[in-house]
Design a protein around this ligand. Structure first.
Ligand SMILES: [Zn+2]
Length: 66
């Protein structure tokens, strides 16, 4: 479920309390707790990255942010 995008956060970010995990796709640090990771997973920005990265080709980015 968390494969492909989740890795360990850089040490300096861990030490500064920003989180222990890191999303390679969104380039954000996350707290290494299942709940936090799940919440991040369901984020639109993450879903968009997942779609464009796993479909193998760049889909049209439709901005439905409003
Ligand atoms: Zn992400």
């Amino acid at each position: 479920m968390f494969k492909g995008w989740l890795c360990k956060a850089p040490q300096d970010l861990i030490l500064s309390g920003q989180g222990e995990a890191y999303c390679k796709w969104c380039q954000v640090t996350l707290h290494a707790q299942k709940h936090d990771l799940k919440v991040h997973c369901s984020r639109r920005i993450h879903q968009n990255k997942a779609t464009s990265l796993t479909s193998g080709k760049q889909e049209k980015l439709i901005d439905t942010g409003k």
